[in-house]
Write a protein that binds this ligand. Structure first.
Ligand SMILES: NC(=O)c1ccc[n+]([C@@H]2O[C@H](COP(=O)([O-])OP(=O)(O)OC[C@H]3O[C@@H](n4cnc5c(N)ncnc54)[C@H](OP(=O)(O)O)[C@@H]3O)[C@@H](O)[C@H]2O)c1
Length: 251
């Protein structure tokens, strides 16, 4: 029998990939999990499988999120919902910027704002933010808006620990590198092609690897705060420096 103090969790982006794996893992640990994403059908399947409580909602629906948070008590908030886009700042649209800031950053702040008072009052809570190595490193091919939002998630995670100083409310940031999920398929609009291009020839992480990392932090003794975990595939490294050669014609 577990002696961990958490009874409930809310996982965003729970309908696929890392989020669904976290729902499975926390449910196995005996935590009642509220699973939030937009796809009601997939959430219903996950509820059937794990016993989680589904909430078909967008994290950018602030009124909907506020109504939900008035109804439920959350000991563990996992801010996992995320989106990306192809290209870089030279071809980013107004909608790309709005969507990525709304889902990847603004929603994390809104949900955190809503759960923290209850956690402080109960002197019990844990906020887990899924960022990305994109928030810590620059690399060619990355989307500028995605990198910026994930850097924001890193920064707010750091500052939140200062806000919660002296309380038994922990903040963990998990920063994954490549994980085999639907993220690239959504990005290019073709799951089969994404599998071929991004995963078939690479030994990537699996969603359960990140779910187990989250569980390690959540189930750790209360005296211990796993503040930051960077999790990479063994066969992937971050590094590299580009240096464009002098050229008579820079164009
Ligand atoms: N896979 C990687 O290589 C990788 C690496 C580093 C970081 N990450 C991060 O890991 C997190 C999970 O991504 P994933 O790789 O598991 O990708 P995924 O399989 O595409 O899952 C993304 C999840 O986010 C949900 N979502 C998207 N927009 C939403 C919205 N407006 N409201 C509520 N839920 C929303 C999606 O559900 P609905 O469509 O049903 O709403 C889905 O459940 C993201 O934050 C991502 O940035 C992934």
């Amino acid at each position: 029998m577990s002696n961990q103090p958490y009874r409930t969790a809310l996982v965003t982006g729970a309908s696929s990939g890392i989020g669904a794996a976290i729902v499975r893992r926390l449910s196995e640990a005996g935590i009642e999990v509220h699973a939030l994403a937009r796809d009601a059908k997939r959430l219903a399947q996950l509820a059937e499988e794990t016993g989680c409580i589904p909430h078909a909602l967008s994290v950018s629906d602030v009124a909907g999120i506020e109504a939900l948070m008035n109804e439920i008590e959350v000991d563990v908030l996992v801010n996992n919902a995320g989106q990306s886009r192809t290209g870089n700042i030279t071809n980013t649209t107004v909608d790309d910027i709005d969507a990525l800031v709304d889902v990847n950053l603004r929603a994390v702040l809104q949900l955190t704002r809503l759960v923290v008072p209850g956690m402080i009052a109960r002197d019990r809570g844990h906020i887990v933010n899924i960022s990305s190595i994109a928030g810590h490193y620059a690399f060619a091919g990355g989307n500028t808006v995605y990198h910026a939002t994930k850097a924001g998630v890193h920064s707010l995670s750091q500052q939140l620990r200062c806000d919660l100083y002296g309380r038994h409310v922990r903040v963990t940031e998990v920063s994954p590198a490549r994980v085999e999920t639907e993220v690239f398929g959504r990005l290019i609009g073709n799951m089969e092609e994404a599998k071929k291009r991004f995963f078939d020839e690479y030994e990537s992480l699996l969603p359960e690897d990140i779910a187990n990392s989250v569980a390690f932090a959540v189930l750790a003794p209360q005296r211990m705060n796993v503040s930051f975990m960077e999790v990479l595939p063994t066969m992937q490294v971050v590094g590299g420096l580009n240096f464009a050669k002098k050229s008579a014609d820079p164009a």
